[in-house]
Design a protein around this ligand. Structure first.
Ligand SMILES: [Zn+2]
Length: 163
């Protein structure tokens, strides 16, 4: 296992629609192990393949008691609404309030290629949506009004400048 370098805004791969995962082999298992290790190291609750520079529809998460690998993820049902803080490892964890559905149902394949569905509510539902967005080339800041999006990016750039 190895910790991978996290891709940060504005790397182009973060804005690309990911390619489907087609090979459910040892290589994919190793990749997922690296992704979990990278996520835990960065103290995140989810990590998508584009965030380590790979154009792939794949994410891992461990959030609110839901730990899973999701290949070719799709959110097939949502319900309600929640407003809460959200951040992203690729945008320096700068937080912003994002309105999302309260509940979400995820359909995806596990590391063996078996399809599953999983329901989540609250923070874990937010993670389903956030990570699936990454696979579609979308970042959480794309859900923000322009002014707030600019504020997040300004703070992120400033923080980068301090390092
Ligand atoms: Zn993210």
């Amino acid at each position: 296992m190895a910790i991978r370098k996290i891709t940060e805004y504005p790397e182009p791969v973060l804005g690309e629609v990911g390619k489907p995962v087609t090979d459910f082999d040892k290589q994919l298992e190793d990749l997922c192990a690296d992704m979990f290790e990278t996520m835990y190291d960065a103290e995140g609750v989810g990590l998508a393949a584009p965030q380590i520079g790979l154009n792939l529809r794949l994410f891992v998460m461990d959030c609110d008691g839901i730990k899973l690998i999701a290949a070719n993820p799709e959110v097939i049902h949502t319900e309600g609404e929640q407003s809460g803080q959200e951040g992203c490892l690729s945008v320096g964890k700068v937080p912003a309030v994002v309105v999302r559905p309260l509940k979400a149902r995820l359909k995806a394949q596990n590391e063996k290629g078996e399809w599953f569905e999983r329901d989540a509510e609250g923070y874990a539902a937010r993670a389903f949506l956030h990570e699936t967005d990454h696979c579609d080339g979308k970042l959480f800041i794309d859900h923000l009004p322009k002014l707030r999006r600019d504020m997040v990016l300004k703070r992120f750039k400033k923080e980068k400048g301090w390092k």
